[in-house]
Design a protein around this ligand. Structure first.
Ligand code: FES
Length: 148
């Protein structure tokens, strides 16, 4: 909670700082715990419901604990027609979780997304900030093994 107060103190007397504060909390803790939302609400005098609305809207923010690595599998149209559902299936089987879940060891969180902006390279996955294009199911295991 001390860290949350420090983050909020950094924006004192500034207007329209809610999103930035939430992003800072996300960056610091890798998710936005309920206690931090209550504290932000108290300090900024913003209703808790409004903070939840903002935090649930942005995909960069998570209201549940996230794994150390974020795996995003694109299921947009261009990737879909090139076999993205098979890639997602392979990632889910490899990590033993479904999209939207986090592995028990908190190593990976898996998300499906609608476009990663490089459709010609599909099917695409992104692990943290690393983009992998023209994915094949047989590449999935080897790529995920690079992250610990
Ligand atoms: S549809 Fe997958 S990157 Fe655009």
């Amino acid at each position: 909670m001390e860290k949350i107060d420090e983050i909020i103190d950094g924006y004192v007397d500034e207007e329209g700082v809610l999103i930035q504060i939430l992003l800072d909390i996300q960056h610091e803790l890798n998710w936005i715990p309920k206690e931090s939302i209550i504290e932000v609400s108290r300090r900024l005098q913003i209703p808790i419901s409004q903070i939840y609305r903002v935090a649930s809207f942005y995909t960069a923010m998570s209201l549940t604990p996230m794994g150390r690595h974020l795996v995003q599998v694109c299921l947009g149209t261009a990737c879909h027609v090139r076999g993205a559902p098979k890639i997602l299936n392979k990632v889910e089987n490899t990590l033993k979780i479904k999209a939207g879940e986090t592995t028990e060891d908190m190593m990976f969180t898996l998300r499906r997304v609608n476009c990663l902006g490089c459709c010609a390279m599909g099917p695409m996955i992104v692990v943290d900030k690393d983009y992998y294009g023209k994915m094949k199911t047989q590449d999935v295991g080897e790529i995920l093994e690079r992250y610990e």
